[in-house]
Write a new protein. Structure first.
Length: 84
């Protein structure tokens, strides 16, 4: 049903002349935008990744505070975590 509506946009008698292809393209653009926004809203991977990086930094700070790692190793690992 939605495909028939997309194909009808800009078509038919009279239409838009040489711009008849714009109707379906605009329709596809709208559908693509809706799909992208839905996937972005449902996905939420960035917040999960941020939480993991935050947890890893906390663990790294605790190891540094206990003296398990030195300054150089702490800085190197912290830099790698920030790059993610």
């Amino acid at each position: 049903m939605i495909w028939s509506l997309l194909l009808q946009m800009g078509g038919g008698a009279g239409g838009w002349g040489p711009f008849v292809f714009l109707g379906p393209l605009v329709g596809l653009l709208l559908v693509g935008t809706v799909v992208y926004l839905l996937l972005r809203a449902v996905g939420g991977t960035s917040s999960t990744s941020t939480a993991r990086t935050s947890d890893a930094m906390e663990t790294l700070r605790k190891r540094y505070a206990r003296g398990e790692i030195d300054d150089e190793e702490f800085e190197e690992r912290a830099r790698k975590l920030r790059e993610r």
